[in-house]
Design a protein around this ligand. Structure first.
Ligand SMILES: NC(=O)c1ccc[n+]([C@@H]2O[C@H](COP(=O)([O-])OP(=O)(O)OC[C@H]3O[C@@H](n4cnc5c(N)ncnc54)[C@H](OP(=O)(O)O)[C@@H]3O)[C@@H](O)[C@H]2O)c1
Length: 260
């Protein structure tokens, strides 16, 4: 009988939260044969093998290219694995006002954070059996509109809404979908995001570590949680976004920006 490999797939595995997820999955999932790790910087994915025991399969893909979806689909079709866990951590944000960022960056955020996450999930879904799990790295920025970080926050609002719907749709298949909604995390994210009024406000907030975020979301996923927030910034903002009307939140943000 043909052996079916048990695998996890992690996008954004070359850095930050995705990379820490790979290391923790290695420790927590003894039954995995492989982790397929996805990012553009393939050399980093190869180096990561030195830090884990499980076999890594580096997939150097630019998820903003539609051809990458075909490559992933073909690879899955060839190997027909049992995907125990899918974690979509690839993503980026750029601070700045809408219309003042380059169009490439504005559309790039939508393409990577929304389109690629959606495509990867749909392509992988047929290979996830009952009991499998999906982790989508959203952001606490998705809980409410964020002037000067507007497109990024909107992409993450999409991820939260999409993940909640998917979690509900997959209930009968016993597959849990968890949207992680971190506040600021100490990763390369801020090198990519650049500077603005908003970034200097966010720079003053306490940051969690990618390891803490990865550990927290894996536990939330194990516990069947639809949403995971770690630390006072993310949890506090989630509470405020629920408790206050959007207009009041926007007013408070305007006031805080002026006070800086
Ligand atoms: N750091 C924070 O404060 C924070 C807060 C809330 C949510 N998040 C979210 O957490 C997730 C992980 O971010 P992070 O903080 O860990 O940042 P990071 O260290 O910059 O990691 C981003 C990852 O995405 C990958 N990536 C970027 N563009 C890609 C592309 N076109 N194709 C394939 N992979 C691509 C990067 O790999 P390559 O460059 O090698 O392709 C990298 O592995 C993101 O979705 C981010 O929005 C971060």
């Amino acid at each position: 009988m043909e052996n079916i490999a048990n695998i996890a797939i992690v996008t954004g595995a070359s850095s930050g939260i995705g990379r820490e997820l790979v290391k923790l999955i290695d420790q927590e999932y003894a039954s995995l044969d492989e982790i397929w790790v996805v990012a553009r910087r393939e050399e980093r994915l190869t180096e990561l093998q030195n830090e884990v025991l499980v076999k890594l399969v580096p997939c150097g893909l630019d998820l903003m290219r539609v051809s990458s979806y075909d490559e992933l689909r073909e690879k899955l079709d060839e190997h027909k694995p049992n995907v125990k866990l899918l974690a979509n951590a690839a993503g980026y944000g750029k601070f700045g006002k809408i219309g003042q960022l380059s169009l490439d960056d504005e559309l790039g955020m939508v393409r990577l954070n929304c389109e690629a996450l959606t495509a990867v999930t749909s392509i992988v879904l047929p290979y996830i059996q009952p009991g499998g799990r999906i982790i989508q790295i959203a952001s606490s920025a998705g809980f409410a509109p964020q002037p000067n970080f507007g497109i990024y926050a909107a992409t993450k609002a999409y991820v939260i809404s999409y993940s909640r719907a998917l979690n509900e749709e997959l209930r009968d298949r016993h597959i849990i979908v968890t949207a992680a909604c971190p506040g600021p995390v100490e990763t390369e994210f801020f090198d990519v995001a650049g500077e603005s009024d908003r970034s200097s406000m966010i720079a003053g907030l306490p940051r969690t570590t990618p390891e803490q975020e990865a550990r927290h979301v894996l536990a939330a996923s194990r516990n069947g949680k639809a949403i995971s927030t770690k630390g006072p910034v993310a949890s506090g903002f989630r509470f405020l976004a629920k408790a206050l009307p959007v207009g009041a939140l926007l007013l408070a943000m305007r006031y805080l920006n002026k006070m800086k």
